[in-house]
Ligand binder design. Structure first.
Ligand SMILES: [Zn+2]
Length: 435
């Protein structure tokens, strides 16, 4: 589908040189020491594999919603079912997120108040001239200028750190600002002219994306909010008891940390995306996922259910996961080769949360879009895919044609970047492929 022919440098010299000047060449297969293997606990004794065929009417509906965004009425019904099963978090779980009381100093308000109405590009250098005590008084900043001023103050305090590190730590704050102000902030932190941070409105609300051409890196930012479904149990205590409250608090914190870890490990540094022709020194971008657990400004709200709850984990308009979904589960399955003639057995390991994350960023099952078991793959290659029943982030081709591409979201970010920064002669390179 995509033209992956590598074109020679023709009519590109000016723009290519300009970009090349900003970009350090970098080896494609940079080893990443921070990438560790996903949890390898053996859960083969667990009967409930999230995607095993299930038969009750309710489970069937959930299974359909798993294929997300099907126009069929049944898919709509499935989302409604998910809704009705997902009441708001009990008050006791929310209690812990109450903000700490902060004292602001009256004398810090005046200098902040005087400049807070400036455009971002003018505000940042003005803030830089203020004493650090004023800059650190975020309570005063929030009082006189709201979240925008607080983000600007944090930007100025962070001057000297890499722009992408700041964006990683504060992606929710950036996404709350207009696009031109995000540009002012990252430029203030030293981002090259071609660096970009894109908000989720560019990607159907599913994720934010950033491109750092100097690092040859595409980053996908995913903000998730978790809600514990009523009566969900992380341990053995009876719902509503003090022991259950304690277990739920601890379980939720663990779940948040585990989800971030397993999704980032499963999806980061698994391959590169390439433009149709080289862009300056850039021949490919590495790919990375950053998960941020938030209380607001999320891309996806996910309800957490007990492992014993009916229904499959899924990602409809709102997501549903089970307590153990951050742990790998095994499946052994009889499959065929692509000709359908030669049966073989494959055993796959999958972390259900990592699979569901793929749906959340817009991916479907490798064999067909629905929730039937064969949609998870009828060949070993399909079955091993992270969107099948396995853990491989890959591109599946048949007869030279791409039939499934787990890197689609990264290619969309790269393409959006290309629209901004590739001038006329290079525009033809703005078609991206992976693997
Ligand atoms: Zn699925």
């Amino acid at each position: 589908m995509r033209n992956s022919t590598h074109q020679p440098h023709r009519n590109q010299t000016g723009a290519a040189d300009r970009i090349a000047a900003l970009i350090q060449p970098r080896p494609f297969s940079d080893p990443h020491s921070d990438t560790t293997q996903a949890a390898s606990a053996d859960f083969s004794h667990v009967d409930l594999f999230s995607h095993a065929p299930q038969r009750s009417p309710i489970q069937r509906r959930w299974a359909v919603s798993e294929a997300n965004e099907l126009p069929e009425p049944e898919a709509q019904l499935a989302r409604e079912t998910a809704w009705s099963l997902a009441p708001p978090t009990p008050p006791l779980v929310q209690r812990q997120s109450a903000p700490p009381a902060i004292q602001r100093k009256k004398e810090n308000e005046a200098p902040l108040s005087q400049i807070q109405g400036l455009p971002m590009y003018a505000l940042l250098p003005k803030l830089l001239t203020l004493p650090s005590e004023v800059l650190s008084d975020e309570a005063a900043g929030g009082f006189v200028g709201g979240p925008r001023l607080v983000t600007a103050m944090r930007t100025v305090k962070a001057k000297g750190t890499a722009w992408l590190d700041f964006a990683t730590a504060h992606n929710g704050e950036l996404a709350a600002l207009p696009t031109d102000q995000i540009g002012d902030i990252i430029r203030f932190l030293g981002a090259p002219q071609e660096a970009r941070y894109f908000k989720a409105d560019q990607f159907d609300g599913r994720f934010d994306g950033a491109v750092d051409p100097a690092k040859a890196l595409v980053t996908l930012f995913f903000r998730v909010k978790f809600q514990v479904a009523e009566g969900a149990r992380f341990g053995a205590a009876a719902a509503g008891t003090p022991a259950w409250e304690k277990e739920t608090q601890a379980g939720l914190q663990q779940f948040k940390a585990d989800f971030k870890r397993v999704v980032e490990e499963s999806w980061s540094n698994k391959g590169t995306v390439q433009p149709a022709c080289p862009i300056g020194a850039i021949r490919s971008f590495q790919t990375k996922v950053v998960v941020t657990v938030v209380e607001s400004g999320e891309h996806k709200l996910i309800h957490i259910f007990s492992d014993s709850a009916e229904g499959r984990s899924n990602m409809g308009a709102e997501g549903n996961l089970q307590v153990s979904d951050n742990q790998a589960k095994n499946e052994t399955k009889q499959v065929t080769d692509p000709t359908g003639r030669h049966p073989e057995q494959v055993t796959n390991k999958q972390i259900p949360a990592a699979h569901e994350f793929g749906h959340a960023i817009g991916l479907k099952h490798p064999h067909c879009p629905g929730g039937d078991d064969n949609c998870y793959g009828v060949t070993a290659e399909e079955r091993r895919d992270i969107m099948g029943a396995g853990d491989k982030v890959q591109v599946i081709k048949r007869n030279g044609k791409v039939i499934h591409d787990d890197f689609m979201a990264f290619e969309r970010i790269a393409e959006r970047w290309g629209k901004d920064v590739l001038p006329g002669a290079l525009a033809k390179c703005n078609q991206w492929s992976a693997g």
